[in-house]
Ligand binder design. Sequence first.
Ligand SMILES: *[C@@H]1O[C@H](CO)[C@@H](O)[C@H](O)[C@H]1NC(C)=O
Ligand SMILES: *[C@@H]1O[C@H](CO)[C@@H](O)[C@H](O)[C@H]1NC(C)=O
Length: 455
Amino acid sequence: MLVHILLLALIAQVKTTSICDRKLCVCWVKNVQNEDYQGENVQCSYADADILQSNYELPDIVNSLDLSSNKIEKVQSSALLDSTTLIELLLHDNAITTIEINSFQLPELKRLDLSGNLLDHIHREVFRDLTKLEYLNLANNRFTTFTKMNFHHLSNLNDVILDNNNIGPSLKGTNLFDRSGSGLTNKIKSLSISGINLNTVPDNFFVDAYDISTLIISNNNISDVFEIPFTLKHLDLSDNPIRDISGEDFTDLIALQELNLDNLLIKEVPDYIFEHLPSLRKLTLERNNNLVNFSKLAFGRDVLDDPAEFKLERLSLKGSRLTRLDEALAVPLGELTELDLQGNPWKCDCNFVWVKTLQLSDQSTQHLRCDKPTPLFNAKVFDLHEKYFTCEIRHRGFEIAIVVICATLGIVAMWVFLCLPTRKTGCGFLKNMYGPSTAYSVLPMAASFHNDVER
Ligand SMILES: *[C@@H]1O[C@H](CO)[C@@H](O)[C@H](O)[C@H]1NC(C)=O
Ligand SMILES: *[C@@H]1O[C@H](CO)[C@@H](O)[C@H](O)[C@H]1NC(C)=O
């Protein structure tokens, strides 16, 4: 009898082995203030591909479960995916091709990361019970059409990452926010669609996204700036073949705080382009390989005299093709807490020396170097004494003037030497030389006048 009971207890124990007893898993209580996260964190990365099929159980109160990098191919119902306390589930970097309906018994789940898998569809019932889900990451999967993602009914979803799925072509015909079924809800606050092969953003694309504040649409094939939702606080347009940007593209974006314009095909930053962005705090224009002109009026005229008007805090122009920057910008740029001008082919002449008055951190002066003039090539701007920042053109002009004066004096001296009356033989030589030519008839006449006087 006793043996029986012991055996039963043993079986029961085996059945309810906690995941925390596994050697490959780590459980700990994160010490965070946030009350939402007062539970255990379970980390089971690099454990095994069959971890969902085993009988492990979660601790009673668990907040975060990390099952990433386990080579899991199929998500199925499992004791590990049955919890009323789990808030975050990480399944990224597995080899998931299928998620079975009813796999997720996680009514409190807010964050789900399925990035880096092999998913090309998700059945519409899969997320049925995840009514509290706020964050969903499906980046780096194999989706080719948005309609196979099926998460419209996730009514609390506000942060979605769909990067590097080839869904751009399918977006021509479907609106991302189409309420008829598969689209995103209009509660979306943050959307990342980087690297999805999007060629154009259709008109009214964001018309139903009333509350969107972050849009990352970098690394696509967009050549024209589209109608930007005015609610945006953070916009990333980097790595697109955009040739021109104009003030009209960025008017009325009164909430925009951060704008990222790296690696575009723009040649210039024109007048007034950033003038109507009252909330802008961070602007990056890095790696713009065609950018040669940065207008002194890019931020408008007022900021040139009144630094109080200039609200930007961080600006990076790193790795572009700028050779000069107007000294008029000294006042606003002097206000920045962070400025990076490195990696541009600066022309270190008298028009650039003002840059040395800027207060820049050591990290942002290391690669702030001269390209021209040739003798200063690769010199660090902040190590170079001001006296070297000279203006070649003025210098050359002076040299040319000296040469011209000397030459003139020389000619006059020669004329005096050769043509004074006492030296008529010399002038006779001139006469012989120019005599036969009708074009120079004046000279022989003058010469013959001399001869007449002689007679
Ligand atoms: C990118 O867009 C241009 C037109 O804007 C088009 O000609 C080209 O084929 C597109 N490239 C790809 C890879 O879709
Ligand atoms: C850059 O500005 C200069 C004068 O300010 C102008 O002559 C030149 O055409 C501009 N280049 C580009 C590419 O806009």
